[in-house]
Design a protein around this ligand. Structure first.
Ligand code: UTP
Length: 295
């Protein structure tokens, strides 16, 4: 019988990050920081705050330093301790604390569905969460925890956000709608990157948080390549939607695509304006730019 609690998570981090080249030529895009915290660490923190204590990161050649980031650094810790830099010591000690990490490789970037499939042996028969690290979620409550509130064994849950028709072609788009006073709805069907003509003026788009049942691996294994010649997670979700087993949650919070140049800048500015350590100075600086007619 399936464990009624979700405690395992998968972080796909094997993509090439081509939209951020040349920054991502050597540095994995998952390690690019939102100011001072790498985006993958934000995903790990969100998972931990949602009750996940076991994470498998799907990496690829050249991304070994992702594992280094979540390992201990005794020399650095001793250095900070000796100099009384206790705040920094606590920040370093907190990286990934309370989570067991595992790593596996995706030999080639054959798509998100294929990346998730690489975690099958580790996940076994349990339900599990998937967090895409370049989708940074800033909300009043961890977005994954919001999804878990609506998860039941045998169902899959996806995070959705409203997007304009012109943007729909970048996402998986679900059909269905929230009832008044509710945040969750049963998905009737889902399509990856639809043409604008096929979507309503405002559509529900899937963002990078999922709770899945282990039987999704059986579906992924049999899928032919979909949009872009890749094994699409959306195509597996479409099969679950057809079986009435897919739920969408219109989560509370903001989402930034840190894998996109403009999304990256927006996230830094918005998050910077929430940081007590320098929000006033940043706000004053932005005002001075506006006053000087720079935008
Ligand atoms: P993206 O499509 O945003 O990542 O996938 P990408 O392919 O690296 O980006 P661009 O378009 O070339 O800039 C979302 C997440 O899925 C992972 C990525 O690492 C990212 O965290 N992913 C994607 C894989 O692990 N394997 C893949 O084959 C594709």
């Amino acid at each position: 019988m399936a464990d009624a609690r979700v405690h395992k998570g998968v972080i796909p981090a094997a993509g090439l990050g081509t939209r951020l080249l040349p920054a991502t030529k050597v540095v994995p895009k998952e390690l690019l920081p939102l100011i001072d915290v790498p985006v993958i660490q934000l995903a790990v923190d969100e998972a931990r705050a949602s009750g996940i204590d076991d994470l498998i990161v799907v990496t690829s050649r050249g991304k070994e330093i992702l594992a280094d980031h979540f390992d201990r650094q005794p020399e650095l810790e001793a250095h900070l301790r000796e100099r009384g830099k206790l705040e920094q010591l606590a920040a370093v000690g907190d990286v990934g604390a309370g989570v067991r990490f595992h790593y596996t490789r995706q030999p080639e970037p054959r798509g998100l569905g294929h990346a998730v499939l690489q975690a099958a042996a580790h996940v076994g028969h349990e339900p599990f969460a998937v967090l895409l690290p370049d989708d940074v979620m800033l909300g009043p409550r961890p977005v994954l925890a919001q999804l878990l509130d609506h998860w039941r064994p045998g169902f899959a849950v996806v995070a959705v956000m409203r997007v304009a028709r012109e943007e729909a072609g970048r996402y998986g788009i679900v059909a269905g709608d929230v009832a008044p006073g509710s945040r969750a709805f049963r998905v009737e069907h889902i399509v990856e990157k639809p043409a604008p003509a096929d979507v309503p003026p405002v559509a529900w788009a899937v963002m990078g948080r999922y709770v899945l049942d282990a039987d999704v691996f059986d579906i992924l294994e049999t899928l032919p390549p979909g949009a872009g010649g890749e094994i699409q997670l959306t195509d597996a979700l479409a099969e679950l939607a057809r079986a009435g087993r897919l739920v969408a949650v219109a989560y509370e919070g903001e989402r930034y695509d840190m894998g996109d140049k403009l999304g990256y800048v927006k996230a830094i500015i918005t998050h910077g304006l929430e940081r007590p350590d320098f929000r006033d100075r940043l706000a004053a600086y932005l005002r001075s730019l506006a006053d000087a007619g720079r935008f």
